[in-house]
Design a protein around this ligand. Structure first.
Ligand code: OGA
Ligand code: MN
Length: 291
């Protein structure tokens, strides 16, 4: 039986009473999905999972994304294709050098974002497992985009509800000055459209859909679009909407990418931080979830 303990007034619960290493019943799975519809972020402590167990559990929630590994043929992948390597480690488990392309790209996770909004069909859920954590720092923060929507005044809600933004990984990386992409990558990472406001099918709640990947809004002059995106981001990440997760080893945190933002916080990058993410793809574009 899943036991839930709220960790924040608006969203996020700790979930205990279940071992994710074992195959779940359909009823057990439905309990987790219902809890995600309500809390948007679930923290499962003490889930000592192998990669195969993490993948097996994640697949029960839907089809998994595969990662485009470090984008370079000279970098061998440390992990299975179904695991996103969110660590600061190379394929030999050595800490990455400061100028390593993988580390520079990974620093983009410190910008508020939601996973894979730069894909035409973005992520539904992300599952992040803490295998090795640093002594201090390296928290992950989450923001509730449903609550952020609810808190907007009605005139703003009416104005932004029909808008469609364009998301690209190139946009978020350019923000931190990381532009080392090949012509092939630039072609592959062209912007995709996403609704700025969407309805969450599981809860029926409306939600902003924001990310550092968003760089423009269809039919709006660029400076006006960027200012609107910046203002909404500032609004949505006010402290009352934010939960800070302080990791313990073997925490598994699941979040709903359709209605939350998250970002990594700094730590001493000479220490290993080994985090492994499985990502469940959505089935539809946000364009089909009009507010
Ligand atoms: C991710 C991510 C943040 C962190 O796994 O998608 O953004 O704290 N991680 O590592
Ligand atoms: Mn992320």
């Amino acid at each position: 039986m899943l036991a839930l303990r709220p960790l924040h007034p608006l969203f996020v619960a700790e979930a205990t009473g279940v071992s994710l290493a074992e195959p779940l019943t359909a009823a057990g799975l439905a309990e987790i999905v219902a809890a995600l519809d309500r809390f948007a972020v679930l923290v499962f402590p003490d889930q000592d999972l192998t990669d195969a167990q993490q993948i097996a559990f994640s697949e029960r929630l839907g089809p998994l994304e595969t990662t485009v590994k470090a984008f370079r043929p000279d970098h061998r992948a440390r992990l299975d294709l179904h695991l996103s390597d969110v660590s600061n480690l190379d394929e030999n488990n050595a800490v990455l050098a400061a100028d390593d392309r993988r580390r520079m790209n990974g620093l983009g996770n410190r910008l508020w974002h939601t996973d894979s909004s730069f894909k035409a069909i973005p992520a539904r859920y992300s599952l992040l497992s803490a295998r090795t954590i640093p002594d201090a720092g390296g928290e992950t923060e989450f923001a509730d985009l449903r609550a952020a929507w609810d808190a907007l005044d009605p005139a703003t809600q009416a104005r932004i509800a029909p808008l469609v933004a364009e998301h690209s990984l190139l946009t978020s990386r350019a923000t931190i000055g990381f532009t080392d992409f090949s012509p092939e990558e630039v072609a592959r990472l062209q912007p995709v459209p996403q609704r700025l406001v969407r309805t969450h099918p599981g809860s029926g709640r409306r939600s902003l859909y924001l990310a550092s990947h968003a760089g423009s809004i269809r039919g709006m002059p660029l400076p006006e679009a960027r200012m609107l995106l910046l203002e909404l981001m500032e609004h949505a990440t006010q402290r009352q909407f934010v939960y800070t997760h302080r990791w313990r080893r073997h925490d598994l945190v699941i979040w709903d990418d359709r209605c939350t933002l998250h970002r990594a916080r700094p730590y001493d990058m000479r220490q290993p931080r080994d985090m492994r993410r499985t990502t469940v793809s959505d089935q539809v574009s946000s364009l089909e979830q009009a507010a």
